[in-house]
Design a protein around this ligand. Sequence first.
Ligand SMILES: Cc1cc2nc3c(=O)[nH]c(=O)nc-3n(C[C@H](O)[C@H](O)[C@H](O)COP(=O)(O)OP(=O)(O)OC[C@H]3O[C@@H](n4cnc5c(N)ncnc54)[C@H](O)[C@@H]3O)c2cc1C
Length: 1159
Amino acid sequence: MATLESLKQTLRQKTVATASSSKQPLSDTQYSAGFDTLVHGSGWMTYQDFIIPQLSQLLAPLFSSRNHISVLEIGPGPKSLFGYLPGHLRRKIVRYTAFEPNGLFATRLEGGICSSSKTQSPLPCLESWPHIHQFPFCLKDDIGCGTDTVTSEYDEKYDVILFCHSMYGMKPKSKFIERALEMLVEQPQDSMVVVFHRDGTLHLNGLVCHQTASFPTGVVRVVNDDEVLDCFASFIAGFVMQDMDVDKAIRVEWRKVCRALGRCEEAYPDHLLFSSPNFMAAFTQHATTLPELTAEVPSVKEHRTIKNREARLHRAAAIVRPTKVLHIQQCVRWALKHGFGLTVFGGGHSGHCLWSNVVSIDMSAFDQIHTFTVGEVGGESNSDTGTLVVAEAGCKSGDIVRKTMAAGLTVPLGARPSVGAGLWLQGGIGHLARLHGLTCDSIVGAVVVSVDSSQVLCIGRVPSQHQPAGAIRPVNELDLLWAIKGAGTNFGIVVSVTFKAYAAPTYWVRDWVVPLSDNNEARLKLSDFDKFATRKLPQNCSVDAYLYWDVGQLHLGVTIFESSTTRPSFATPNLTPGGGLWGSEADIKTVNGVGMFETEMYVSGMHGGHGNGKTSSFKRCLFLNRIGEANVADRLVTAVKTRPSPLCYLHLLQGGGAVGDVAADATAFGCRDWEFACVITGVWPRDQDGTEAAQAAVRWVYSIAEDLLSLSSGVYGADLGPDPRDATLAAKAFGQNRPRLARLKNSLDPCNVLAYACPLPKTLTEQKLIILVTGESCAGKDYCADVWVSVFNKCTHKNLTARAVSISDAIKREYAADTGADLSRLLCERTYKEQHRPALTEFFQRQVQQRPRLPEEHFLHMVSGAVDVSVLLITGMRDEAPVAALSHLVPDSRLLEVHVRASERTRRTRRGCDVSDGDGDNKKYSNNSGSMALDYRPSLIFDNDTTGNEAPIRFAEQHLLPFVHEDLQRLANMVRQLPGFPSPGIEFHHVLGIAQQPGGLTLCTALLQTHFTGDWAKVDAVACCEVGGLVYATALASRVDLPLVLIREAGKLPPPTVSVIKPLSHISSLASNSSKEKRIEMERDVVAKGASVVVVDDVLSTGATLCAVLQLLNEAGIGAEDINIMVVAEFPVHRGREFLRQRGFGRISVQSLLVFGGA
Ligand SMILES: Cc1cc2nc3c(=O)[nH]c(=O)nc-3n(C[C@H](O)[C@H](O)[C@H](O)COP(=O)(O)OP(=O)(O)OC[C@H]3O[C@@H](n4cnc5c(N)ncnc54)[C@H](O)[C@@H]3O)c2cc1C
């Protein structure tokens, strides 16, 4: 399928060849019509599947770290892309500017944003009218030239600048991006320029990306109709011809080009399809800092040929070639300082060892190999046996085999000499695997540069002479050693590896080629082969098979390898597969380890020796069992039959033996239960690189992988990368070890420096729990927070990571900088801190006067600095009712406040004062009600009067761990989300739908019952307002055996009643045209005055409904102190808690089972 870029080149060439008339830029109308054909021609899928989700994901952390966001959109077209972000992000945008030179688009854009109703506007919280400049975004030097642009437009600063549609008409692109970078808000430095670009990569002259994403499968489908094609072709070419006759003629030519290049598919007979890969690049102000790195680390100036052809298409920002370990550390420090990812390459055989606009580290200077017998190894205990090999990470398999062979040794490696460290770090399947295991199984130690701290780490066995100066043993040494044995490309930059070595064998190799006349014969032969390989072969033998199509027929090529350090046993007849079924034996070849590389290459002589070696390939590998069974064999045969190029084949490498002897969780590799690794190999002639033939082969590999996935017992993680098509395969790599690897990724590479390795799941998909630990001084807040962190962290089955931070550290830092106080003593020494307390408090108050939003800023700073944890405990908060005040700032997280309190006597003791001093004991608490002197209700209160950690541990187990219980996640999963319902821009969460799911109502009511922080024995009734609350309250009332108090629309309950006005709920107000207010009422005497009532509702959003219910209960004689509220789901963006507090209900406990970020 031709890409839009190649279509553009061909259309343009046509005009050069056939027309002499001059070209004319498209009018606004022509441009608009062309744009519509593109977007309507399924181009919208690209927005839906790539652009909008990527943009939302990219911007979410930035938006959540700021109160307000200003945006500049360059070339948005008729609609702002920001308008498609989730509602809670859109509501943060307060200033909007655009450069849109097309007059039609500019008018539509403004009309859309300035919609008459605020709720209909895609950007409902703008504080000023949008600035839509109807001229192009210019470089500084061009301002004023031929446009009515004035410099002041460019003096504004923005949090986000977005180039929407491939930077149409902007050349050179790097200059425009640099211009935009100058327009970013300077502090904080994480403001972003984001570019969406069609067709491959951006060539950006050394600008470095903060983050990238690709969407290789984008397709544009255009109706195959003269008129539509005319519009489309001129839009893609970017011009029309001035002369009418010439234009008419060229259109005819252009239609032919479109029809020749566009692909027709049966499913869309009236359409032409063009490939439209998309690419996203995000830059921060650090994008121009490459010279900082290249001043310290040597870079590769000359042309560097990378083995993998796909990787060659990527334009790295730079390739650096460290020659000492310090250089690698400098790379990591630079990446961490500026928020960049890095790629590393060893042998260069994977498609993502180079990545566009990212710095790549070429390890080729680390090419030393050393062998040691145990006595020579420094730092080794006498109990260690055997021989070790230290191989630096720039070595290739061939180097290692050659060097070790000279000492009579070997390491089990793969089949090609040029393959590098990627093989042994990710697994390593070779001809010795059944005898000695995978290559990674032989790793006993390594030297690694940490991508978290940039420290040099020694893990496992590393001979002392190969431990770099200053290297340390990390606390998580065992975890790291475990992780690099199979997933080693994700956790650090490996400098060298220590292998256990084995005696070098000699190999006896022989092969057969068996033609397969039809499916039946294929099935039969595969079944024979399977039985032979899996049942008859001793562990020192292994087989490879190739299923391929040659000279008009399917073939099975089989090679058997026997390795031995003594003499061959291979001639034994019973090892002949199928007892002669396989045709005549070829000569047995006897080779050493080096000779094996060449021997294997010519095994089956297929395809005239692999297309004379002038081919490119693309591979993905799955693990299979029982390949002889009909369902597997048939799929393998069909796969080869549907190959798009004659050279594609399936390669089956035998497993079992020592591979399966290692427990699945003993190394990160994980997938151990397989008889064959099936390498789906897409091959095309090298001179067709980048063409449709190459793309078709890649598509074939992915489609076969998808087809075999359900039959497979796992996937080989090697070479899986950021391509979205790898995601489903990566989900089956590493087997049961994936959650542990994900957790380790978070702790060992928290900034995702190695962002382009095999994707691991993000463990933090579950909602973050933020616990504000508040209380009077010396009540033991920090102590409790630390105990609770350990309770969460010990909860290993949940994969939780918890951390406690103090929000006052931020102000202490500012205070120390301002006054010269000693920051480390302020942070760590209680007496020093107490001495400074009054001055610190005064400093804080002064700062708040100058920056009223300072507490919010500090809070957001704490949260955004803890992306790697699932439970964050924050101490040192001074805010009143912090959950009501702050939860809308972190709407995707659950925010709780635990108030720690202790008697005056205990606090004095902890402070180190005399306990008999003052009025301590006789006034245990300010008040005994549990709410102390606070005029609001914290989520939980913990009395911390005993010493030791027993009580806080019990409290955490009883009251905090339920918030991370999987039942809550199960409940959340039952809430269906419906974007755009009941009106555009709303992400509706169908909370009531829980009751329609099997088991939903029971689960929900059980959770309402168990999560209640009060005492059900002291409750007199459950109250609810129709209709949402009624469903859950009825079931709950029955479960806890309490009467139900019904609150209904006025006129539906028998008198006497009490009533109040109730405004429409948030969603009803969007969906309904009826008047905004209704009356609700309840029967006057249905519950006694002064009774204790739990109000149950489905949702807390604006709080208007609950407020009316509380007012009604007040009317009926139920005081606020006797009411508790429980809701199924809360939407903090609407600030319902704050509203209830402002209406005088702040001291009522409000509990929600679920918290959702959307509307
Ligand atoms: C022709 C060919 C034959 C093959 N034969 C076999 C085989 O017999 N058995 C087998 O198991 N596999 C085989 N493979 C697959 C091979 O293992 C993977 O392609 C592997 O990723 C290649 O590693 P590399 O170092 O050559 O590639 P690279 O692209 O340089 O590296 C691959 C990955 O490793 C990472 N990496 C490299 N060095 C380091 C380092 N020092 N620290 C951290 N990360 C690093 C890279 O960032 C990249 O993600 C073969 C592949 C090819 C193309």
